[in-house]
Design a binder for this molecule. Sequence first.
Ligand SMILES: NC(=O)c1ccc[n+]([C@@H]2O[C@H](COP(=O)([O-])OP(=O)(O)OC[C@H]3O[C@@H](n4cnc5c(N)ncnc54)[C@H](O)[C@@H]3O)[C@@H](O)[C@H]2O)c1
Length: 322
Amino acid sequence: MSTTKEKVLVVGGAGYIGGITCDCLRRDGFDVAVYDTLLYENRFLKDIPFFHGDVRDTEKLKTVAEDFDVVVLMAALVGDPACNINPTLTEEINHQAIKRFCESVTPGKHIIFMSTCSVYGAQEGILNEESPVNPLSSYASTKLVAEDYIRKHSHTIFRLGTVFGLGDEHSRIRMDLVVNLLTMRAVGLGELTIYGGDQWRPIIAVRDIAEYVVEACRDRHNGTFCLLKENVNIRELGEKVSKLVPGTKIKYTEISFQDARNYRVDNSKSMKVFKYRPVVTVEDEVERMIKIFREKRIENPEDKLYNNSAFLRSKSEQNKFI
Ligand SMILES: NC(=O)c1ccc[n+]([C@@H]2O[C@H](COP(=O)([O-])OP(=O)(O)OC[C@H]3O[C@@H](n4cnc5c(N)ncnc54)[C@H](O)[C@@H]3O)[C@@H](O)[C@H]2O)c1
């Protein structure tokens, strides 16, 4: 265990990835604090210093960040459907706010930025950090353009595959991510609908992401890194989940799903530079989630609260979008 007492500010630390990341950082002796606007939550009760704030409030974020050695930027509107609801707001939060922060923050801090493998869009072959990008959504394009501002600082940029599994005990789980969604539907409905199915996606467990962030805070590896455990074909993923939830039927439909993303990614660079290895399998997390669903520990996992776009659409309809 590290004896460092370096101070880490996790911006967006109340979210799905942020929650478990803060726990892992604390476990390893970092002084951790969270800056978050609580977009989905109505409370933050973890025993961690907390700053309620919006990333768009550059002055506040900059002032809070003064006191920290490492800033982990996770706050964002996340996912293509969520970002499509209000592209102007997406641009403000995911791009402009990051730009302003990078231009104003005191030099010398290490900045860790969560980008996405969605920047690759639909492409043949196995892609890596040097491959051409092809962002197909405002989510992917705002994340991609923000990367360039981060590169002006000491930085670790993670291009994450689609994340899966259970995070920490407090934070909201996301059910709008493919492995989690398939597991929820298999347990809840006994049936999965696979749209197309030939699309490829890199995937990685949320627990593994948190460990990569811990290492990046400790060792400050500079550069851009794709993080994934494996590339999966959606059809095979559905079959895997259906075997783990016996009796699940699979319905295949050719109706083209609006999500055109299709890409495979190579993780050689992160395997070379980082000591950490992604260890959590789809089977591990599907089994853990099955238990959570069967024991009804989440009252209604289909609730819009667990789905970024459904939740934000409903907020937007009530004119309560931030
Ligand atoms: N989950 C994935 O599959 C995945 C894949 C690739 C990249 N990422 C990236 O990882 C990061 C975290 O994703 P997540 O899955 O934990 O998302 P999430 O939606 O669960 O969490 C986002 C957090 O950011 C906060 N936030 C949103 N807008 C804010 C604002 N304007 N000011 C302050 N806080 C704000 C929210 O309150 C929330 O706590 C994001 O940057 C995302 O782009 C996630």
